[in-house]
Design a protein around this ligand. Structure first.
Ligand code: HEM
Length: 146
């Protein structure tokens, strides 16, 4: 079995301490071969290179998921509690927090939507001020005519 000691982590990064290190999705994506096989499960990064030959489900399925988020595939199989426990042995870090949520700068139509929020923010007070101004004007005219 691949214990942290015998899998001999190759020094590409430190052993996984709690809360780090962090890897970007781009860094994980590069490790998508049998030479270096990383995958993501629930925001954690796992180096399963040394597990390829030991995985009871075969190395093919791991290689298919290499370099990407395997959470759905991992859960779909209905892995046992033992398998969930084994994850710890291959844990090398976390997905960088910036990559956990969608990047707002990559959301299309960002400019128009921020423009439209600009108008909803300003249009309501402007229209409100105009209505108040008109009401005041009519009130004053009423006062003068009576
Ligand atoms: C580090 C990640 C993984 C670990 C530690 C792991 C571990 C295991 C273990 C211990 C088993 C034996 C059955 C069990 O105890 O549930 C197993 C079976 C299996 N695993 Fe994984 N697995 C991992 C990732 C994956 C991924 C990403 C897939 C993608 C589809 C996958 C697909 C399978 C399949 C198809 C089986 C065979 C199920 C069967 O014969 O009933 N595993 N895995």
């Amino acid at each position: 079995m691949g214990t942290p000691a015998d899998r001999g982590y190759d020094g590409a990064g430190p052993e996984a301490p709690e809360g780090g290190p962090f890897f970007t999705l781009a860094e994980v994506e590069k490790r998508n071969t049998a030479k270096e096989t990383w995958l993501i499960i629930r925001g954690h990064v796992y180096d399963v290179t040394r597990f390829l030959g030991e995985h009871p489900g075969g190395e093919e399925v791991l290689l298919e998921q290499a370099g990407r988020d395997a959470t759905e595939s991992f859960d779909d199989v209905g892995h046992s509690v033992d398998a969930q426990e084994m994850l710890k042995e291959y844990h090398i870090g976390e997905v960088h927090p910036c990559d956990l949520k969608p990047d707002p700068s990559k959301v299309p139509n960002k400019a128009p939507s921020s423009e439209s929020s600009f108008w909803t923010v300003w249009l309501i007070p402007i229209v409100g001020a105009l209505v108040l101004g008109l009401m005041y004007r009519f009130y004053m005219m009423d006062g003068r005519s009576s």
